[in-house]
Design a protein around this ligand. Structure first.
Ligand code: ZN
Length: 314
């Protein structure tokens, strides 16, 4: 199929970040169909769930099954989020290729969210790295620096603390560290500045941009990150998840809109928009009545749109 190397990587987080923020539970069989359609659209990295107690997030209770199903798609990186060593053990057992560990940059958010200080969370990360090294050394570990651009509890998060924490995560053995705008507070100037500082501090271990559209700046922030060299972007089909605070606003950056922006700029994402729209129908079918977002699917593709992605039409 694809003979060209894509210019960037879109990492689809809808099956995790999206579904875990919605009260309704998508049936396992519908998750399978949706993920299959995402793969068919050309997505090469998918975060399919999180390994957390089912009592806490019943939407994620079937994550091991979803991982096993998704692993049938060769060449696709299957990721899961794990908050601790116990979750990591379950994820490694299920056979994931990559683990995401959320580490709060905000001291207040860390205590409220995982009841651990940031230093304790780095220790947990170190324990996960040890476990990975012992039983599945090929698995990659990404630390996702949540609330890196601001926090609803404490307000501003000092940039020096974000960079300090990212360095601690790399020192603890994370393969990469990305920055997440968990609360939708980032702006493009801040995104440029913080990713530049991160790259200066940890070089090629600088990971994904996980940006939200809570205040309408999701795409602008992604473009700002692209301009300073970021090449991996987390996004969510239909913009589901990401804890939207404003009614009518999506949380996560919408995958459809993000692919449209980059492809319209002449960049190859490897994702076929028409097939992505087909996957969107399966998302909606699995979550009847839930709002999903996206300007591009609403407006449709422009007349004469011919995507340059090599998978188009094949
Ligand atoms: Zn998110």
């Amino acid at each position: 199929m694809a003979t060209e190397i894509p210019d960037l990587l879109i990492s689809e987080v809808g099956p995790r970040d999206g579904l875990q923020s919605i009260k309704a539970i998508m049936p396992t069989a519908d998750k399978f169909k949706w993920i299959d359609a995402l793969v068919a659209a050309g997505l090469r990295e998918i975060e399919v769930g999180s390994f957390v107690p089912a009592s806490h997030l019943p939407q994620m209770a079937d994550t091991a099954l979803v991982v096993r199903h998704a692993l049938q798609h060769r060449g696709v990186t299957i990721m899961a989020l794990v908050p601790n060593r116990r979750g990591a053990a379950a994820a490694l057992e299920a056979g994931v290729h990559k683990l995401t560990i959320p580490v709060s940059a905000s001291a207040a958010h860390s205590l409220a969210n995982v009841r651990k200080t940031r230093e304790q969370m780095v220790e947990e990360l170190y324990a996960i790295v040890q476990l990975r090294d012992a039983i599945a050394p090929g698995v990659k570990i990404e630390a996702g620096m949540s609330t890196a651009f601001g926090c609803t509890l404490q307000g501003a998060v000092p940039e020096d603390e974000v960079i300090w924490l990212a360095q601690q995560c790399i020192a603890a053995g994370a393969d990469e560290t990305g920055l997440s705008d968990t609360t939708g507070m980032a702006n493009p100037a801040q995104v440029r500045r913080l990713f530049n500082k991160l790259r200066a501090a940890i070089g090629v271990k600088c990971g994904a941009a996980h940006l939200h559209n809570t205040r309408g700046l999701g795409l602008a922030n992604c473009l700002a990150a692209y301009e300073v060299g970021v090449r991996t972007f987390d996004s969510s089909q239909g913009g589901i998840g990401g804890c939207p605070y404003a009614p009518g606003a999506s949380g996560n950056v919408v995958t459809e809109d993000l692919v449209f922006m980059f492809e319209a700029m002449g960049l190859n994402t490897g994702v076929d928009l028409e097939k992505l729209f087909a996957a969107r129908l399966l998302l909606q079918a699995g979550l009847p009545g839930e709002p999903i977002y996206g300007m591009t699917p609403e407006a449709g593709l422009p007349k004469g749109w011919l995507q340059r992605s090599p998978s188009h039409g094949s």
